[in-house]
Design a protein around this ligand. Structure first.
Ligand SMILES: Cc1cc2nc3c(=O)[nH]c(=O)nc-3n(C[C@H](O)[C@H](O)[C@H](O)COP(=O)(O)OP(=O)(O)OC[C@H]3O[C@@H](n4cnc5c(N)ncnc54)[C@H](O)[C@@H]3O)c2cc1C
Length: 678
């Protein structure tokens, strides 16, 4: 008789428990159990924060699946799709070809994935904590910040480097905040230049209580203990955005050089693609853990929506529930194979455990409430006994004892992987770089505008000398000349930029001729000495208001629905060289020149082509209250002859136009007879 093939997708708490229970219950001749997992190990997620805080070695929080599951075929492969009708799974073989594997029963235990996109800017600026890789990167970040702070001469910047913000007051947020606080404060005697009051660890939570899963007295104990240890609590605060400087909440901005985000999770891609009923993105299950409407497909753990028959409540996404569901799913599969009736999932919670740092934990077990060191000891003991073999338990236990007696290890591996091109988001007013900073990155603006500020002896607060918009770049001078930044750059509007690390920039700018040419031209144009060499021109530009040079905007203001035919007629009937395009809210949306019109017509565009297809979208604009220096720099930077003038950044309402020739004429009027011209 053919062996029954049971395929399990996911080697987390749910999948492992399912595989183990099946293996024990079914003879090898009767059933083949295959477990697919992306990694070759199980991750003890509740211990990840300890690895971040160096109170555990990274190796101690993972267990190889092969050693954990004798008799189970473990495959380290990513399953791409489950065809529920054909009863097959699809995965990519080592040669890149798509493979199919038929099954008799399939168990989906693929957990969920973190999704930092729930808050604008979080994906760009925060560290997640879901995988061992995340823990390693975060640990390195914390230790690197201490190293940077130790040698930082600016007291304000040192404080910023030593400020850690953890978002989310569930298990992972509380554990991470506790461990980072312990690591940083407990290591200060090795960093003589960092003072205790330079350090802040802030835990931000949207509700009025931490740890919603445990009882109120223990929650209160956890809060008090963490505050005593130095963690600042920001309860009832909802995080709304993240920037390179910290996080914005509905109760104000919290500065932080390191942001850890433990909120936000989303469905694993394989679940997303599955044609099966879902509830809030999780797989909807029948009471016995089968996918609704299916006889041979099951789901357990964080990827499934499962009602607990014990109390009629939905199961929470915790390791304890995932394990118990994995076990019961296996028992139900065995019942089906034996022709017996399945049982609904029913589980009475055994207890709750959460480490809060400082060798302290809170625990509720079998009706008992424990807190402090004893609870912490129980917490660690529980995980120790989940390890697969005695050899491993002794090894990990010895590691823990060592780390309990001796200071934490402050060495960090340089996890800087090959530099990549990344994206970053900034809010208005955020500094992307400051004058005097060392050269690190090169930026290209995708959306929004920045202003360039230069501080001089006579203007130490800095003067806005230019603005840049979409498509422009900055940061090249300092990188190429290997000098500190000669100006600060601040976001004027919400800003999205592409960020290139130093090495990537060097490689690309060397090998890409057009970029090299654009950089050379920009460096000449933007030479820091340009205005210094023309002090009279600068003084003259400062001596009058830009408002004196503003002229009415070319009329009419075009609408996005205006066609090529209509735009051509406007040009034909006037002397204008350009028109502005405004949207339904009268915001400046684009700019179209006579050259644009000639170009699209030469390309054979139909007369009803809307202007949005050939205008320059989101053009750079100056504000009515900008200085004449800003306008002059914008003309130099972009080579334009005309610039739109807007009332303010929020409304972007067009209030006029400014022509380079008018500005030059005004400048000439102001200059002494022999003065140089910008
Ligand atoms: C930092 C942190 C701390 C936590 N602390 C606690 C705690 O103290 N107590 C508690 O009860 N819970 C805690 N949890 C929650 C707990 O870890 C999860 O509820 C539990 O891990 C869910 O188990 P699971 O089997 O459903 O999924 P997971 O453990 O997430 O495992 C899913 C596995 O499936 C694999 N996978 C996904 N898709 C595929 C695919 N297509 N092909 C192959 N493999 C795939 C993944 O690689 C992963 O290994 C914590 C979680 C985190 C992140």
């Amino acid at each position: 008789m053919a062996r029954t093939r049971i395929v399990i997708i996911g080697g987390g708490f749910g999948g492992v428990q399912c595989a183990r229970t099946l293996r024990r219950a079914l003879r090898r001749n009767d059933a083949e159990i295959i477990l697919f997992n992306r990694e070759n190990h199980l991750v003890f997620s509740p211990l990840l924060a300890d690895a971040v805080g160096s109170s555990l070695n990274l190796q101690d929080v993972i267990v190889p699946l092969r050693q954990l599951l004798p008799g189970v075929i473990c495959r380290t492969e990513d399953v791409l799709h489950v065809d529920l009708d054909a009863r097959q799974i699809e995965f990519e073989g080592p040669d890149g070809a798509l493979r199919r594997l038929p099954y008799d029963h399939v168990v989906l235990a693929c957990g969920n994935i973190s999704n930092l996109n729930v808050v604008p800017g979080m994906a760009d600026h925060a560290f997640p904590l879901k995988t061992v890789g995340d823990a390693a990167v975060l640990r390195t970040q914390v230790l690197q910040q201490l190293e940077r702070a130790e040698v930082c001469e600016d007291p304000e910047k040192r404080k910023w480097l030593c400020s850690f913000v953890v978002v989310g007051g569930g298990y992972s947020g509380v554990e991470s905040a506790g461990e980072i606080n312990d690591l940083v404060r407990g290591s200060l005697h090795f960093y003589p230049h960092i003072r205790p009051d330079d350090v802040t660890v802030t835990l931000i939570h949207s509700r009025d209580q931490l740890l919603p899963e445990i009882s109120p007295p223990l929650r209160e104990f956890a809060r008090q203990k963490m505050q005593e240890a130095g963690v600042t609590m920001r309860l009832n605060s909802r995080v709304q955005l993240a920037t390179g400087d910290g996080v914005g909440t509905d109760r104000g901005f919290v500065r932080g050089g390191t942001i850890v985000c433990t909120i936000g999770s989303t469905t694993a891609p394989i679940v997303e693609r599955l044609a099966a009923p879902k509830e809030k993105g999780r797989l909807a299950t029948a009471p016995d853990l089968r996918l609704r409407g299916r006889a041979d497909a099951w789901a357990v753990g964080d990827c499934a929506s499962i009602l607990n028959a014990h109390d009629g409540q939905p199961s929470p996404p915790t390791g304890q529930f995932a394990e118990r569901q994995g076990r019961q799913c296996a028992e139900n599969i065995v019942r089906v194979l034996r022709g017996e009736a399945t049982r609904p999932f029913s589980f009475r919670v055994l207890g709750q455990l959460c480490s809060i740092g400082g060798h302290s934990a809170v625990a509720e077990m079998f009706g008992l409430r424990l807190s402090g060191f004893l609870a912490w000891f129980v917490w660690r003991g529980v995980y120790l006994f989940k390890l697969p073999t005695w050899g491993r338990r002794i090894q990990v236990g010895a590691d823990w004892a060592w780390l309990l007696l001796f200071p934490r290890d402050l060495a960090h591996l340089r996890t800087d992987t090959t530099e990549r091109v990344t994206h970053a988001h900034f809010e208005p007013g955020d500094f992307i770089m400051k004058q005097g900073d060392p050269p690190t990155n090169f930026y290209v603006i995708e959306r929004g505008e920045v202003e360039i500020l230069r501080a001089t002896l006579d203007r130490p607060e800095g003067e806005v000398i230019a603005t840049l918009g979409p498509g422009s770049f900055f940061g090249e001078q300092a990188l190429i000349n290997n000098q500190p930044r000669s100006a600060s750059v601040r976001a004027r509007t919400p800003l999205d930029v592409v960020v290139m690390g130093r090495n990537v920039f060097t490689t690309i700018s060397k090998s890409l001729a057009p970029l090299r040419a654009a950089l050379t031209a920009a460096i000449t144009r933007r030479a820091g000495t340009f205005w210094q060499e023309r002090p009279q021109a600068l003084a003259a530009l400062r001596s009058f208001h830009l408002a004196d040079c503003i002229e009415p905007a070319p009329q009419p203001l075009l609408r996005p629905t205006d066609t090529l035919r209509a735009v051509t007629r406007h040009f034909a009937a006037s002397e204008e060289n350009l028109y502005y395009v405004v949207d339904a809210s009268d915001r400046l949306a684009g700019l179209v020149t006579l050259t644009d019109v000639i170009r699209v017509q030469a390309n054979g565009a139909p007369p009803d082509t809307p202007v949005t297809e050939f205008m320059a979208a989101q053009p750079i604009a100056v504000l009515a209250d900008d200085t004449a220096v800003v306008a002059a720099s914008a003309f130099r930077e972009h080579g334009f002859k005309t610039l739109p003038v807007i009332a303010d950044r929020e409304s972007r309402r067009v209030v006029g136009t400014i022509r380079a020739r008018r500005l030059i004429a005004r400048l000439l009027d102001t200059l002494p007879p022999t003065g140089p011209v910008a």
